[in-house]
Write a protein that binds this ligand. Structure first.
Ligand code: SF4
Length: 185
């Protein structure tokens, strides 16, 4: 058996839907199966990032928009949580491993990559969650350019298509820090 040197960073709830806000888990009871199956199929090592909302707000929190989390205290928590992943990324890249993608969760006030919940029911607007903002800023400072994909739980087929393209389109990080092919910004 040859072990894989490819890695992906995933949100905590990809493997534990039980930590999400009350009432929003409707599709997957525990693991987001189609995404995890895709990652297994592509033989990537899965690194689970810590859930920033659990640190800020614990269990049994109500779903809410980004403004509630847009506080100085929460930015500090998110930066601290992001730094744990940054430390791991740096170690991997320095040791010649590749990081294929960082996965977030669209519509989450913390982990959204491209889409946030809008003001009207069922609407959405462009934007990122607080944790992803802090993570990207730290990555920018370090010169890490790794693509991001936001899971859309309600349109999982689109997510799978996007992830498959990335996973089959080549690796990021093999040539060292700051020398990757493209970035999500
Ligand atoms: S904060 Fe992120 S990891 Fe935690 S439950 Fe929300 S989307 Fe998942």
């Amino acid at each position: 058996m040859i072990r894989s040197h490819k890695y992906v960073f995933v949100p905590f709830c990809l493997l534990a839907q039980g930590v999400r806000a009350s009432g929003i888990v409707k599709h997957y009871a525990s693991v987001v199966t189609p995404v995890v199956e895709l990652l297994i199929e592509h033989k990537v090592n899965i690194i689970q990032m810590r859930c920033p909302e659990l640190v800020f707000d614990f269990f049994n929190r109500r779903p809410c928009g980004k403004p509630k989390y847009d506080t100085e205290e929460n930015h500090r928590i998110c930066r601290k949580v992001a730094m744990e992943s940054i430390w791991f990324m740096e170690m991997l890249l320095k040791n010649g491993k590749s990081i294929e993608v960082i996965i977030g969760v669209d519509f989450s006030p913390s982990c959204a990559v491209k889409r946030l919940t809008g003001n009207r029911p069922g609407s959405y607007q462009g934007g990122q969650g607080i944790f992803i903002e802090e993570l990207k800023e730290l990555m920018r400072q370090k010169g890490f350019h790794i693509p991001f994909v936001g899971i859309q739980i309600y349109h999982i087929d689109e997510t799978i298509k996007e992830l498959r393209l990335l996973l089959e389109g080549g690796s990021y990080g093999k040539s060292g820090l700051g020398a990757h092919k493209k970035t999500d910004g």
